[in-house]
Design a protein. Structure first.
Length: 520
């Protein structure tokens, strides 16, 4: 018989051994869990990624991700605007559930997010770059974000609550901070990094090394650039996002300050404050770069269609120059991973907060449920899982991102999340659509005057309801990829129309969207 003392010692020893075993299992599991970098740029159109095949520009570093990953040709957002998209990604819930419906909302940071779930399970977490959710980030060991939209030149950052101005160009700085954090992170844990560029958001200010990139290029003008919107509802005619009519001379088009007053429209004071962030040397370089083409523009006295096309070219060049810096920096981050032996165990997700119009329908900006803004680029590279390029037509949505990331990390998906993990698709175990129909709701009828709408998209059709106007649009995407012909109330589509309406109501109910009341 053991005496009491020996018994206590035995119990302590067994408990200690079990604890060690548990710790080992835990750290092994932790070590095997993949690192995840979620890269999201702001307003990066899929048309401006060469892997998507539009032939407009070259993005070799993003393309390299696609070479070893899955490229989604049909990834969509639920509400095509910045803050809402970010909130959807963090929560795995639609805007009406996570509470962030438009850019004037404030994110309730106390709610469950993918960052918090990863953090609680042993990941070290950081968010760097654009944030745009107003409240302070929660669930991150480190955060260093632009206030609001952020600036391209010498931008402010808020680092763990402390705001300061940093010298440099935003796209490069966001990467500098990301690399610094990766270097200094707690290396005993897997990491989750949210790396979010401000670029290529309006007002498209390139970095000096790219001032002359595309100087000799003429971008092809989209076939529907001179769209007069006559075949659709009144919504398309009421918008204020036309390159020809709504871009401002200084802020958007970078024409000189000393223009006659009548040609100056809005936003010029914003431009002055943004431009004043440049140092005198930077201003000099800027003016030297833009002066020759501005002078040529003034001499040419363009008007009508020629003037519209000139604006389109200036817009595209500046936009694509900003994209070039984004691509360079994806390359820098990937080089860092490789040099530090992290490339084999780090999943990369590259995406944008939404799509963007590059002149289609005559537009810049986003917001609409039309394809260019509803669709977003999505490339997922998962070492050991996605080893060669796969292009998929499967429909996924940004409400699936949180669920997918959790499954990648081996974590359970909370039942209150509304999307679906597309890990089986990444593993090649699932073919076909992740969703047969996608639900959409846009709320922010303010800047750019895009009417509020809900809608659904199936493989072939899209139904949109501008509910405050009670106007409807229906598109047959197989016959009309550019969405130029509204076939709502066309008797040939009567059956489709009824089915789509029914499906819209079903999804609205399934996702518990209380607004608006739609009468079938
Ligand atoms: C700013 C821009 C808009 C843009 C919104 C939303 N105007 O308000 O053109 O649509 O951001 O963009 S600006 O005069 O300030 O440039 S988002 O990506 O943040 O949603
Ligand atoms: Ca955006």
């Amino acid at each position: 018989m053991m005496n009491k003392h020996t018994q206590v010692i035995r119990i302590i020893m067994i408990a200690t051994l079990q604890l060690f075993a548990l710790r080992n299992t835990f750290s092994q599991a932790t070590a095997q869990r993949p690192n995840i970098i979620y890269m999201m740029s702001d307003d990066h159109a899929y048309q401006a990624i060469s892997a998507y095949g539009y032939g407009l520009n070259q993005t070799p570093n993003i393309d390299k991700l696609a070479e070893q990953g899955v490229l989604f040709k049909r990834a969509y957002v639920t509400n095509s605007i910045c803050g809402p998209s970010r909130a959807v990604m963090l929560t795995g819930k639609f805007s009406h559930v996570n509470g962030f419906t438009d850019n004037h909302s404030t994110f309730d940071g106390n709610q469950q997010t993918v960052a918090k779930l990863l953090h609680n399970s042993g990941y070290t977490t950081a968010v760097i770059g654009k944030w745009h959710l107003v409240s302070d980030p929660q669930g991150f060991d480190y955060w260093n974000v632009h206030p609001g939209q952020g600036d391209y030149y010498n931008p402010d950052f808020i680092e763990n609550g402390i705001r300061k101005r940093v010298e440099g160009y935003s796209t490069n700085l966001v990467t500098d901070f990301a690399i610094k954090w990766l270097d200094q992170r707690d290396k005993s844990k897997p990491f989750f990094l949210i790396y979010q560029q401000k670029a290529p958001h309006r007002n498209w200010m390139p970095e000096p090394k790219y001032y002359h990139l595309f100087d000799s290029v003429q971008f092809p003008v989209p076939a529907n650039f001179f769209d007069d919107y006559s075949t659709r509802t009144s919504a398309a005619r009421e918008q204020e996002m036309e390159i020809a009519r709504h871009m401002t001379d200084t802020y958007d088009l970078k024409l000189a300050f000393d223009l006659p007053k009548e040609s100056q429209r809005g936003l010029n004071s914003l431009w002055t404050s943004i431009y004043n962030r440049l140092t005198p040397e930077e201003k000099q370089k800027w003016e030297e770069a833009y002066k020759p083409s501005n002078d040529a523009f003034y001499k040419a006295h363009l008007s009508g269609k020629e003037l519209a096309i000139w604006k389109y070219q200036r817009y595209m060049k500046d936009y694509m120059r900003c994209v070039q810096s984004v691509d360079d920096n994806v390359g820098r981050l990937m080089d860092y991973l490789k040099a530090n032996g992290l490339d084999k165990n780090t999943i990369i997700i590259y995406t944008s907060d939404q799509g963007f119009f590059l002149g289609e329908h005559g537009w810049f900006d986003k917001r609409w449920m039309y394809e260019e803004s509803f669709r977003t680029p999505l490339i997922v590279k998962w070492p050991g899982v996605t080893n060669k390029k796969v292009v998929t037509e499967s429909m996924v949505q940004n409400v699936d991102f949180a669920e997918t990331i959790l499954e990648m990390a081996g974590l359970p998906i909370p039942t209150d999340m509304q999307g679906k993990s597309f890990v089986p698709l990444l593993k090649g175990k699932q073919k076909g659509n992740v969703h047969d129909a996608l639900y959409y709701h846009f709320y922010e009828n303010q800047e750019h005057k895009v009417a509020k709408h809900i809608g659904i998209r199936t493989d072939r059709y899209k139904l949109i309801c501008f509910y405050e106007k009670n106007e409807w649009e229906l598109y047959d995407l197989q016959k009309d990829k550019s969405e130029m012909h509204n076939v709502y109330n066309d008797p040939a589509y009567g059956k489709v129309q009824a089915e789509m309406k029914q499906k819209l109501l079903e999804l609205k109910k399934q996702y518990k969207d209380p607004v608006p009341e739609i009468i079938p």
